[in-house]
Design a binder for this molecule. Structure first.
Ligand SMILES: CC(C)(COP(=O)(O)OP(=O)(O)OC[C@H]1O[C@@H](n2cnc3c(N)ncnc32)[C@H](O)[C@@H]1OP(=O)(O)O)[C@@H](O)C(=O)NCCC(=O)NCCS
Length: 165
């Protein structure tokens, strides 16, 4: 039985991976597409936990590649559901790279991903409301709500432009 609401902390997803040689680009660093896959997986963990069932990636809004991550580093993706609509969930994924020898851990990337919960026939399905409880969670919720409003406007403009073309 899926509850009507869930605390924000319930769905937090964390994924740690060793950057292996098959994941590198020509410079010997983690390939951008591999990083996107890790981000998507971490977001999926948070989404299906919150939804209590299957959910699909609707959009990956933004990934800022600020720093290169070398082969041999540990990469951790932490995903949180920061806002929900009816069936959609706005998820922030923070990426950290850790140098094993020194234990140094750096925040290297942030991504915003939208997942949509689906039913057995693949149609959008309502998700539980989100309950931010701490001041930090309430701040994240507000930030994500503003981000959602802006993203919806951009998407609506894009749809209008495509219809005119
Ligand atoms: C995502 C998907 C389920 C949406 O279905 P749809 O019938 O177009 O949905 P609707 O237009 O009724 O919108 C449903 C919700 O999705 C949101 N949504 C749809 N497309 C979106 C997009 N591109 N970005 C952000 N949110 C989106 C809507 O805002 C709406 O949110 P709400 O229910 O919280 O109000 C459908 O487009 C789909 O199955 N896409 C393919 C997904 C996929 O293959 N992903 C990669 C592999 S997991």
């Amino acid at each position: 039985m899926i509850p009507p609401s869930r605390p924000m902390s319930y769905s937090r997803g964390e994924l740690t991976t060793l950057v292996m040689p098959h994941m590198q680009n020509v410079l010997g660093d983690l390939f951008g597409g591999e990083l996107m896959a890790l981000v998507d997986q971490a977001a999926a963990v948070a989404a299906i936990r919150h939804a209590g069932g299957p959910a699909v990636t609707a959009s990956i809004d933004r990934v800022d590649f600020r720093e290169r991550i070398p082969v041999g580093a540990l990469v951790t993706c932490i995903a949180t559901v920061d806002y929900v609509g009816n069936s959609s969930m706005d998820i922030t994924v923070e990426v950290f790279a850790e140098t094993v020898a020194s234990g140094e851990r750096r925040h290297t990337h942030t991504a915003h991903v939208v997942f949509v919960a689906i039913d057995e026939s693949g149609k959008p399905k309502r998700v539980p409301r989100l309950e931010p409880t701490t001041p930090e969670e309430r701040e994240r919720f507000e930030r994500a709500r503003e981000h959602r409003e802006q993203a919806d406007q951009v998407r609506a403009e894009r749809v209008k432009r495509a219809a005119r073309a």
